[in-house]
Write a protein that binds this ligand. Structure first.
Ligand SMILES: *Cc1c(COP(=O)(O)O)cnc(C)c1O
Length: 382
């Protein structure tokens, strides 16, 4: 039983066949435009979407559009898939790792405030990290596992310190924060359509923003910064970060089904919560009153003292029964790549990393399959 696999049961075949039949297979085409429009529509009126080759490219582009320069610093969640931190380095900037908060496992706004007020100073209209001397320019809160970050305090701090907020809403596509779709609250939002995400194009990504100049700039940078497409005049260093029409065709079909996927994922989450809250030593994933998770990967915490085995052993025992599970990411401050980075806190990320386990939660997971996971968790405990 796999952890989380794509669900392909809509117009994917038809739309992709249409690309093949018409030879519109490459990096321009009606499906690219439509995919961008449909994504922007989900966010509401003033939004623009720029499709990219993957989510990491969307993040890299977002940082460039936000004006992040080499040697700047960017705050990012310590407990996340590594991509947003890597994107910061691609831009030549340096990540400052912000711990998770224990309640909902997301970037802790209090740690953000601590860093900005304790470690930074405003000098000549520029916010600088006192220790490194570098300019602090942006924040990337990552909605991990689909669950919303508490964004209001982060947006307030960003306003106060003149920082750009780039939401990494890859795992949160379809989730909400105080009624607003995730990815549409910060200044820029980024999504990924990799095979294991909420919807997939095989590989792909998108940047969304309500700022038309930034959208235009993103389009420019992702298409090799062409000033004159005919004469091959390029105004600056650009990138080939375009999504193909073939992939966008799949994206259009997947997006049509997103609401159905979200309902299916929520039903899976509800069932897990109801059944697992009774198992000693298993703590179901948190819910919050300020938002609605997209329930990307349903995750529980395992308390070895109460449950009778640790997360690692439980993973192996479930694997032996053909049930795939997955731990959370190694906190970035422990990764060889980011060991040198400044971190604010990090203990909560480590605790979550050692105890959390994601359970099978594909959109197509049957009730019988889920029951098998639940029974295994009940049986192996205590
Ligand atoms: C998957 C993921 C990405 C990267 O997306 P790719 O399309 O694989 O480049 C970025 N951020 C988060 C939080 C992710 O889960």
């Amino acid at each position: 039983m796999p952890l989380c696999v794509p669900e392909i049961r809509g117009n994917e075949w038809q739309y992709v066949k249409n690309c093949l039949d018409t030879s519109w297979v490459s990096s321009v085409g009606a499906y690219v435009d439509r995919f961008e429009q449909k994504m922007a529509e989900r966010l509401g009126a003033p939004f623009h979407g720029v499709a990219t080759v993957n989510g990491t490219a969307a993040l890299h582009t977002a940082l460039l559009v936000a004006g992040v320069q080499p040697d700047d610093e960017v705050l990012v969640s310590d407990l996340t898939f590594i991509a947003p931190a890597n994107a910061i380095r691609y831009a030549g900037a340096w990540p400052v790792l912000i711990d998770a908060e224990p309640g909902c496992w997301q970037m802790d706004p209090q740690q953000v405030e601590l860093f900005l007020t304790r470690d930074c100073e405003m000098a000549g209209g520029v916010l600088r990290n006192r220790q490194s001397g570098r300019r602090v320019k942006a924040i990337i809160p990552v909605h991990i596992l689909g669950h919303p970050v508490d964004l209001d305090p982060i947006m307030e701090l960003a306003g106060r310190f003149d920082l750009v907020v780039i939401e990494d809403a890859t795992e949160g596509l379809g989730g909400h924060y105080r009624g607003s779709p995730l990815g549409g609250i910060g200044h820029i939002g980024c999504y990924s359509f990799n095979g294991n995400k909420m919807i997939t194009t095989g590989g792909g990504g998108m940047l969304v923003t309500g700022n038309p100049q930034w959208a235009e700039k993103a389009r420019y940078l992702t298409t090799q910064a062409k000033d004159d497409p005919l004469e091959y005049i390029h105004g600056e260093l650009g990138f080939n970060y375009r999504l193909t029409n073939l992939q966008a065709a799949m994206g259009c079909a997947q997006l049509e089904q997103l609401d159905a996927y979200l309902s299916a994922k929520e039903a899976i989450a509800d069932r897990y919560r109801q059944e697992l809250c009774m198992v000693p030593g298993i703590t179901p994933m948190p819910t919050v009153d300020y938002g609605q998770s997209a329930w990307w990967l349903y995750t529980v915490r395992v308390d070895p003292a109460q449950y009778g085995m640790d997360r690692k052993t439980l993973m192996q025992r479930l694997a032996a029964e053909g049930i795939q599970t997955r731990p959370l990411w190694q906190p970035l401050h422990l990764s060889p790549v980011y060991r040198q980075a400044q971190r604010i806190g990090g203990e909560v990320s480590e605790q979550l990393n050692s105890s959390a386990l994601s359970l099978p939660c594909s959109v197509g997971l049957s009730a019988a399959e889920q029951q098998r996971v639940i029974e295994a968790l009940v049986r192996l405990g205590g």
